[in-house]
Design a binder for this molecule. Structure first.
Ligand code: GBH
Length: 526
């Protein structure tokens, strides 16, 4: 029996039949030529801890990522962000790379403890840190590049972790609010695009559930990650409202949030249990933060039920939204920021509802034909992005969507991957899905952001995974940056505003085609 089962699994896998997800649309993998709408925003992104270095210079306070990476066993190979790309000193070179690409936008984050060393306004402002961001912003503007600033990309001041228990404590929403207000006040004359948070799901899940990210708390009951998310939603809304009432009429900018959204498909669309498991995955990954902000202000049912369960089991306080909270969170974004990387196939797993939690009720897998990046979670499934964008349009009131991250990793190998075919294929096909979403589905996508401008500190994976359009040599004290093939390709897309017929970039698409495994059908006109 076992042998028979194994054999049949192998056979169906080899035939690929069961894994042909989303095949109902025969034009799914076609490549579409065309230009993006005028004024479409092309950008690249980085984050403070991942690139700056200068972790303890000029009055900067310690962050939870400094502490975490300095703790043995937390980051692969013992890598740290102490120096990283040394952008604290080399920001001028970074801006030069963008100019060479023809980029007009750049997304980066502020390090909270570089500005408020102990996290609080009362603890004092570090003027050297403020000056650093002033220099960077001015350098960008002098080169015609519009800054898009993330206020929080995971480097919480360590002092707030120690004084309050970090995001587990709702009181730090007030400190975040002070910090955000200070940033609007100080930089908002020149910064018009803001993101309050980068991927609450990732840092609440990584920091307070799996423990793989700072501050490294492992709590599989999900209580801690839910508390983290709760504080973050409140803090986000406070910052947005302050911008809305106090700064908008003076500065005229926009404030959004970058949510990490995956796409998911059931392993067997005809099996109700798989369909239901997929819905659970989407409730957690997509709706936990999106529904309160962009939907009706409520948590999705799975999150609500989990909170209820924890409440009755542990007599929990908090974790509920008052009507006031709800109306303050609902609608608190001027655009929908999306970080998207990959798609999952979801299968159900039977669980004991009494003793196990919902995270154990599903299994996420991939299809054998999906190309995999160096990161073990990252598969190239371009059509997943188009479905996700359509989903956002249909479920969240057709908002303006900014793709705030999308990218592909290579390994840290010798010789380095400079002819980065995997990344070129990924960008070419994912960007084309954005074009389809705009032209065929009418999704209001305003921006596309490549992660990342350059190789950098990839969190718990250290420098073992490289996401850059530029190669960074981390063994050289000067951290030289060198464009990869994908940098040239991306700059051609930017110069052409897409893939117009007859252009150089379209010729390159045709040349690349046979090397890319994601889109199998080649359209005649190409
Ligand atoms: C983004 O997160 C981050 O915003 C960015 O800083 C980062 O450099 C970039 O992506 C590349 O990773 O190891 O199986 O537990 C992307 C979302 C969420 C993807 C956490 C990896 C861990 C999966 N990430 N997830 S696993």
């Amino acid at each position: 029996m076992l042998i028979f089962l194994t054999l049949s699994v192998l056979l169906t896998t080899a035939c690929g039949a069961v894994y042909d997800y989303g095949a109902y649309d025969s034009t799914r993998d076609d490549f579409r030529l065309g230009r993006f709408p005028d004024g479409f925003i092309w950008s690249t992104a980085t984050a403070s801890y991942q690139i700056e270095g200068g972790w303890d210079v000029d009055g900067k306070g310690e962050s939870i990522w400094d502490r975490f990476s300095h703790t043995p066993g937390k980051v692969q190979r013992g890598d740290t962000g102490d120096v990283a790309c040394d952008s604290y000193n080399k920001y001028g070179e970074d801006v030069q790379l963008m100019t060479d690409l023809g980029l007009k936008y750049y997304r980066f984050s502020l390090s909270w403890p570089r500005i408020f060393p102990n996290g609080t306004l009362a603890g004092g402002v570090n003027q050297d840190g403020v000056n650093y961001y002033n220099r960077l912003i001015d350098e960008l503007l002098a080169n015609g590049i519009t800054p898009m600033v993330t206020l929080y990309h995971w480097d919480l001041p360590q002092a707030l972790e120690e004084m309050y228990g970090g995001w587990l404590n709702e009181e730090i929403a007030e400190h975040y609010h002070n910090y955000a207000t200070f940033a609007f006040q100080t930089f908002g004359d020149r910064v018009k695009l803001w993101l309050t948070f980068n991927e609450p799901l990732s840092f609440c899940g990584g920091g307070y559930l799996t423990g793989q990210h700072a501050p490294g708390i492992q709590d599989w009951t999900t209580e801690s990650s839910l508390r983290c998310g709760h504080t973050v939603l409140k803090a986000h809304a406070m910052a947005w409202h302050t911008y809305d009432t106090t700064f908008r009429h003076l500065q005229g900018g926009k404030v959004g949030i970058a949510l990490s959204l995956l796409w998911a498909e059931p392993r067997d669309p005809d099996l109700p249990a798989d369909v239901q498991a997929t819905d659970i995955v989407l409730q957690i990954y997509q709706r936990w933060f999106a529904r309160p902000i962009f939907g009706d202000g409520e948590y999705p049912p799975v999150i609500q039920q989990t909170i209820q369960k924890l409440r009755s089991a542990k007599k929990l306080e908090g974790l509920g939204f008052s009507d006031e909270d709800k109306s303050s969170i609902r609608g608190s974004a001027d655009f929908f920021g999306v970080n998207h990387y990959t798609t999952s196939i979801v299968a159900s797993k039977p669980i004991d509802i009494q003793t196990q939690n919902l995270l154990e009720s599903f299994e996420q897998t991939s299809a054998p034909e999906w190309p995999r990046a160096e990161s073990d979670w990252l598969f190239a499934v371009p059509w997943g992005l188009r479905r996700l964008l359509k989903y956002i349009k249909d479920n969240y009131g057709d908002p303006e969507v900014y793709i705030t991250e999308n990218g592909w990793s290579d390994g840290d190998v010798q010789p380095p991957v400079m002819e980065d075919t995997g990344r070129v294929c990924y960008y070419m096909t994912y960007i084309d899905e954005v074009l389809k979403a705009i032209e065929k589905d009418g999704v209001k996508v305003r921006a596309y952001t490549a992660w990342s401008l350059m190789d950098n500190f990839e969190w718990a994976r250290g420098y073992t995974e490289r996401f850059g359009l530029h190669y960074v040599n981390f063994t050289d004290p000067n951290r030289p940056r060198t464009p990869k093939q994908s940098a040239k390709f991306y700059s051609d897309i930017i110069a052409n505003n897409g893939f117009p017929e007859g252009s150089e970039v379209t010729k390159m698409v045709r040349d690349m085609w046979s090397k890319c495994r994601t889109h199998k059908i080649l359209k005649d006109e190409l």
